[in-house]
Design a protein around this ligand. Structure first.
Ligand SMILES: C[S@@+](CC[C@H](N)C(=O)[O-])C[C@H]1O[C@@H](n2cnc3c(N)ncnc32)[C@H](O)[C@@H]1O
Length: 213
């Protein structure tokens, strides 16, 4: 399986003191990279939402150089197309960080991204054939803050989210890793992931790391 520092993720999830995170060199390195990317993409940091999960995932993924990554709903620096959302822009922080760590990243989003440094594909995930244009298998698939995006076609649409979960299973290498923000109404993540043919490796809030079976 892709090497992941699960003990680091467990320490982060269960830490008693917020300050203890500062003694984690991996966290400090990942945070430095994150702030560089945020600045370069003219983004903003939203600690209330999910940005730190991306930083922790970067810290925990031990060797992504030359690994094949797919980021589903990766974001873009272009204006947002959906109405009624709580944030206007979602720059592709995760795709960009992994690219800077030497991974071969393909990012999929409904928006184009002419400034992408990774292989950006403008695709509509609500269409059943979205995965036809891709070149699997991928070692890592990320799908962050997509299924619970307010005002999106995915929110409150378990049928669509589950279809994309199955698509991602088909695109993932047998020894690969999925990093996914689960649907808000997912009551039992372990059971849910089992039903989607994934084994839960780690859960932090509604963000799960899972391997396929
Ligand atoms: C909440 S943002 C999350 C972005 C990024 N993954 C993150 O964690 O910051 C949801 C993303 O899904 C994209 N999106 C919305 N509808 C889509 C669709 N039908 N097909 C593909 N991408 C879509 C949006 O453009 C946006 O970049």
């Amino acid at each position: 399986m892709i090497p992941i520092d699960l003990p680091y993720l467990r320490r982060i999830a269960t830490r008693e003191s917020p300050a203890s995170i500062l003694s984690e060199p991996k966290f400090l390195d990942a945070q430095k990279l994150f702030f560089e990317v945020v600045q370069d993409l003219k983004g903003t940091v939203d600690f209330e939402i999910a940005d730190m999960r991306e930083v922790h995932a970067i810290a925990a993924l031990e060797d992504v150089k030359n690994k094949r990554v797919l980021d589903v709903g990766c974001g873009s620096t272009e204006p947002y197309v959906l109405e009624n959302t709580f944030r206007n822009r979602y720059p592709p922080f995760f795709a960009e960080m992994l690219t800077r760590h030497g991974a071969h990243v393909t990012g999929v989003d409904i928006r184009e991204n002419p400034t992408a440094t990774y292989d950006h594909r403008q695709l509509d995930l609500t269409k059943k054939n979205w995965m036809k244009a891709l070149d699997p298998p991928y070692d890592i698939i990320a799908c962050l803050s997509l299924f619970n995006a307010p005002g999106s076609p995915f929110e409150n649409n378990p049928t669509l989210c589950d279809r994309i979960m199955r698509d991602m299973h088909a695109l993932l290498s047998p020894d690969g890793v999925l990093i996914v923000t689960l649907r808000d109404d997912c009551e039992n993540p372990k059971t849910y992931l089992e039903s989607m043919k994934f084994t839960l490796l780690h859960l932090d809030g509604n963000c799960a790391l899972a391997s396929p079976h």
